[in-house]
Design a protein around this ligand. Structure first.
Ligand SMILES: *Cc1c(COP(=O)(O)O)cnc(C)c1O
Length: 225
């Protein structure tokens, strides 16, 4: 993890920029949640986010979340957005407010055991890129039913867009919206720094933004870059 070198003033300008991109894409900036993705950065990014009144923070490595959560200002709500192994659930459970990357029933059962009634999103793989995780779209309705039967609070769907130009994400995001509508799930977490306009125009209710707020992270692999 590296310190975030963006100043509080810079962050305010960057956040305003993200909100105007949401608006330009046809979204209501008051209704689309900006999830600030602090992965790769140390606690400095957490403090900056809170100072900018951003309280929904995302992490996709369990170790980083467990390192940052105990010292975070009260009021931070942590979202786990990365690939998740069952054996990591126990240590994350005290900290996570929304599990966004649930993509199989066994993982849901573990979350239900460690955090009964927890709020979750089902991650949908709409890009066909296996390394991004997510359940196949056709498997989502049955998975949602399984998770609900375990007592979990399924609040919506999450997806990572396709690699390539932002427009490559559009058909997948449209699929997520259709699935969420059919299942009557309110949250659609889709869109990142590069493709947020496409996501918002396809009905995102939450965008997950790292680079556009905090600047570049050091390289760490396909989703951690
Ligand atoms: C890293 C990451 C983000 C944020 O990506 P940026 O391009 O830096 O905005 C969003 N969602 C997931 C799942 C991520 O892994």
């Amino acid at each position: 993890m590296i310190p975030c070198t963006v100043t509080a003033e810079d962050l305010a300008v960057r956040l305003a920029g993200v909100r105007s991109r949401i608006e330009a894409a046809g979204g209501d900036p008051a209704a689309v949640t900006v999830l600030a993705v602090t992965k790769g950065f140390d606690a400095s990014a957490v403090a900056l986010a809170a100072g900018a009144d951003l309280w929904d923070l995302g992490e996709n490595y369990g170790q980083e979340l467990v390192a940052k959560a105990p010292d975070a200002p009260p009021g931070v709500r942590w979202h786990f957005i990365g690939r998740l192994q069952r054996n990591k659930v126990r240590q994350l459970a005290p900290h996570v407010g929304l599990w966004q990357s649930v993509d199989r029933a066994a993982l849901g059962a573990e979350i239900a055991a460690r955090a009964p009634g927890a709020a979750v999103l089902v991650q949908v793989n709409v890009s066909g890129e296996e390394q991004k995780g997510g359940a196949a779209p056709d498997a989502v309705p049955a998975l949602v039913a399984d998770l609900q039967a375990d007592g979990l609070d399924v609040q919506g769907l999450m997806a990572v867009g396709a690699t390539g130009a932002p427009e490559a994400s559009r058909p997948g995001f449209a699929r997520v919206r259709a699935l969420a509508d059919a299942l009557d799930l309110p949250i659609r977490s889709m869109g990142m720094s590069a493709d947020l306009e496409v996501a918002v125009s396809e009905g995102a209710t939450m965008v997950r933004i790292g680079t556009a707020l905090f600047g570049p992270r050091h390289a760490r692999g396909p989703l951690g870059n």
